[in-house]
Design a protein around this ligand. Structure first.
Ligand SMILES: [Zn+2]
Length: 137
């Protein structure tokens, strides 16, 4: 998959300030403030920057941490993981494979078989409801 590369200025034009700070500067939204932490509709979560499909609602669960949490990405190659040693912590950062948008972090206290918890900023995601759900058409 070809990478999407844009300059900081191009991203700033496309994104609002809040979204820019999170996706391009790896800021973290305050817990319990995002659009999707308490949200359980069926559908697909896409990268807010490039539109790549990243997570499915059926791997989303309520971790009680105030951010949308997933047990796994939609596909292994949808995201990339990097060691993040900022803020005096050792964490694994999760970014969009296609455009390197900062999404959140992955932790090893998840409930699923793989034991992973993808803790993702709502601001990095764009939810697309499953077709036919909610009685459309
Ligand atoms: Zn992306």
């Amino acid at each position: 998959m070809a990478k999407i590369k844009k300059t900081a200025e191009q991203w700033r034009e496309q994104l609002d300030e809040h979204t820019y700070r999170i996706t391009r500067e790896a800021a973290t939204e305050r817990p319990f403030t995002g659009q999707y932490y308490d949200f359980s509709e069926e559908g697909t979560y896409h990268c807010v920057c490039c539109g790549a499909a990243l997570f499915l609602s059926n791997s989303k669960y309520d971790a009680g941490c105030g951010w949308p949490s997933f047990t796994q990405p939609l596909a292994e190659q949808a995201v990339e993981e990097h060691l993040d040693t900022s803020h005096f912590m050792v964490r694994t950062e999760v970014v969009c494979q296609q455009c390197d948008a900062h999404l959140g972090h992955v932790f090893t206290d998840g409930p699923g078989e793989n034991g992973l918890r993808y803790c993702i900023n709502s601001a990095s995601l764009d939810f697309v409801a499953k077709e036919g759900a909610d009685g459309e058409d």
